[in-house]
Every structure is written in structure tokens, then in C-alpha cells.
Write a protein that binds this ligand. Structure first.
Ligand SMILES: Nc1ncnc2c1ncn2[C@@H]1O[C@H](COP(=O)(O)OP(=O)(O)OP(=O)(O)O)[C@@H](O)[C@H]1O
Ligand SMILES: [Mg+2]
Length: 336
């Protein structure tokens, strides 16, 4: 099965097994992941931390285990192993990094490698308390449906709270007792039923870094902060003047373009990322975005024409901003 069709299948499977899935960001994230079609061997050693043969889930929840996730490319930081270790030791961990540094991607990968169902919530979206904790359907108290967090707590897997710093206070407060590692939750909606956290219920939260240079972020709630033992920082491989030769080589290897062209793409991409981090642009390109740009170049298109079809329009719909991006790219073409 190709990666492409595997991810399509995953999209179908996951969206059908979600409550009100339109409210979650999953479809968007999967479609981002779908763009990544390269195949590399998955060489991760997480078994000593999370052994997939020791977990078992009923068929219904097995469907939530991601499949065919593309590999996560890093610079020897061993992020996959470090996340697995944090989950094994502390049951939960936190990922910090700007948009497009692969936080969501790596959570899918860890779920797949460990054989754990993935429950994803984007806290920035106005997801209702009912969707998260559950509700009675129909008249009376006959039919209760668990919400996403409740299902995770009962059945296990990895709960992924994206943009955790945007979480509404009422939800954060209810999560606190649950996040004391072997905690429990109280379903106030359902006659205060107490649910113990499943032994294989792990939690990963992620957020953009809070810094004066990074627009629109706010600090994470202190109670949640206190309950996290491990914090992993993610960043782009190349940003501003800091160019990582490995990212250039990666683009060459995955697309077949020449080294000089790859260097221009990475340098321009690094500048766009810097401007995104300082709030001047609203989007910073991920490594996947730069690879897509290079793929069009590899097909015989000039760097600028390929940029117009990919990175420029991706950065913004506004013509004015597109001109700024074009100028940045031109600057790197001129230096060549
Ligand atoms: N290190 C990496 N290895 C492989 N692919 C990557 C890497 N970093 C980013 N990508 C790709 O870049 C795209 C964006 O990644 P992803 O959505 O996981 O970022 P994110 O950090 O979750 O961003 P956000 O904060 O906006 O949610 C995806 O297509 C992903 O596969
Ligand atoms: Mg994400």
C-alpha cells in the first residue's frame, strides 16, 4: 500500500470514529501529512519504553491507531525515543515549538509505533464540554455517550491536546485531577461517575512557544504546567541565518534537485520562518512545504515559478504579502 492511500484510509477511519469530527482539526492535519509522500525506513527504537505487544485494544479502538505515518526527520535529537521515554516514565509530556515543526506529525508516529489509539483535540477550537466529556442523547437518562476525553480515560491510548495554552479554564480545571499521573475523572454530568485513568492512557500536550517575538501566544495554565515533567522543544532545522546543511541535503535526497537550488530554497525558507517567528508573516514554511516547492523545481520549473505555485500562495492570500515573499526569494536567487 502506498503512503498516500494509507493516509487516505486513515483519514476515513479516524473521522468516522470521532464524535462531531468536523469540530476537530484532524482532517486538516491529515491532509497536511498527506502531502508528505517520501518513504524512508522507520528506524526508531522505542520498544524498551513503549512495547506495542503489551497493549491491547478492542477492534473499535484499534481503528484509531494511525497507519503509514511518514518518518519524522530530525537532526539526531531522537525526538521519537524521547517522547516514548517521557510517556513510559511520567505518562505525559509537553511539546513546544512553532507551527509546522512537526509536533502533530510526531505524535501520529509515536501512536503508530507504540500501537496506541490517538485521540486528538485542538484546544484553540470551540469544542464543547459535551463533546469532550459526554452527554445523554434523547429524552431521559437512558443513553449516555462518552466524550473524547472520557473515552480516552476509560479505554487508553494517547490523548493529544494541541494548542493546550488556548484551553478554556473550565476544561483545564476538570483535567487537573486526571493529570496527576494515575488520576481519575469525575463525570458531573453523569451522576458524578468516577472513572480511573486507564493504565495505558498517555497524554501529550503541544503549544507554540510563548515569547515576545512570537505573536499571539499566551502562557500555559499553571496547574497544567505543574503536572508536566518533560518538555521537549521543537524548532525548524534552519531559521534566519542559521542554515542546517542536513536540511539542504534532505531536499536534494528527496527530490533530486541540485545542491545549489536546494540551498536557495532552504535559505529563502529560513528567512520566511524568521519573519514568521517575529510576527511579520502569518505563516512559516515547514520542511514538508519546502520539499513540495523543490519537487516542482525537480520537474523542470524555475525556482521562482515553482515558488509561485507553492510557497508564495501558501504563505498568504494577500497580494501585498505575496509580493514581500517574492522579494525575499528573489534576494536569494540574486546572491547565487
Ligand atoms: N521533522 C519533520 N519530519 C518530517 N516531516 C515534517 C517535519 N517537520 C514538519 N514536517 C511536515 O510539515 C508539516 C507540518 O507539520 P505538523 O502539522 O506536524 O506541524 P505542527 O508542529 O503540529 O504545527 P502546528 O503548531 O501548526 O499544529 C507536515 O506535513 C509534516 O509532515
Ligand atoms: Mg499541530
Amino acid at each position: 500500500m502506498t503512503i498516500e492511500s494509507g493516509l487516505e484510509k486513515k483519514l476515513k477511519e479516524t473521522s468516522s470514529s470521532r464524535i462531531n469530527s468536523d469540530k476537530f482539526s484532524l482532517n486538516l492535519k491529515i491532509s497536511k501529512l498527506k502531502r508528505n509522500t517520501h518513504i524512508l525506513s522507520k528506524n526508531y527504537d522505542i520498544k524498551k519504553y513503549l512495547d506495542s505487544t503489551k497493549f491491547s485494544f478492542s477492534e473499535q479502538y484499534q481503528e484509531l491507531i494511525p497507519k503509514d505515518t511518514p518518518p519524522y526527520l530530525d537532526n539526531g535529537e531522537k525526538y521519537v525515543e524521547r517522547i516514548a521515554r517521557a510517556l513510559a516514565f511520567f505518562k505525559q509530556c509537553s511539546l513546544i515549538g512553532p507551527s509546522g515543526t512537526g509536533k502533530t506529525h510526531i505524535v501520529y508516529l509515536v501512536c503508530e509505533l507504540a500501537g496506541l489509539p490517538m485521540w486528538e483535540i485542538n484546544c484553540g477550537l470551540q469544542t464543547s464540554v459535551f463533546d469532550l466529556f459526554g452527554r445523554y442523547v434523547g429524552l431521559g437518562k437512558e443513553n449516555w455517550i462518552d466524550g473524547l476525553i472520557t473515552s480516552w480515560c476509560r479505554h487508553g491510548g494517547i490523548l493529544y491536546l494541541d494548542e493546550a495554552n488556548m484551553m478554556k479554564q473550565d476544561i483545564a480545571t476538570r483535567l487537573n485531577p486526571l493529570l496527576d499521573q494515575r488520576g481519575h475523572m469525575v463525570l458531573t454530568e453523569k451522576d458524578n461517575e468516577i472513572i480511573q485513568r486507564h493504565k495505558d492512557a498517555f497524554l501529550i500536550i503541544s503549544m507554540n512557544p510563548v515569547s515576545s517575538e512570537f505573536a499571539g501566544t499566551k502562557p500555559i495554565n499553571a496547574a497544567l504546567r505543574r503536572r508536566m515533567s518533560v518538555w521537549l522543544n521543537f524548532d525548524y532545522m534552519s531559521v534566519g541565518q542559521k542554515i542546517d546543511e542536513k536540511e539542504i541535503e534532505l531536499v536534494v535526497r528527496l527530490t533530486g534537485i541540485d545542491h545549489k537550488s536546494a540551498e536557495i530554497i532552504i535559505k529563502a525558507g529560513a528567512e520566511l520562518r524568521k519573519q514568521y517567528k517575529t510576527g511579520e508573516l502569518s505563516y512559516g514554511p515547514s520542511v514538508g512545504d519546502l520539499i513540495n516547492w523543490a519537487k516542482v523545481v525537480a520537474d523542470g520549473t524555475t525556482i521562482m515559478t515553482a515558488a509561485e505555485e507553492t510557497i508564495i500562495t501558501l504563505t498568504s492570500d494577500e497580494l501585498e504579502v505575496q509580493q514581500i515573499v517574492k522579494k525575499i526569494i528573489q534576494k536569494f536567487l540574486d546572491i547565487k
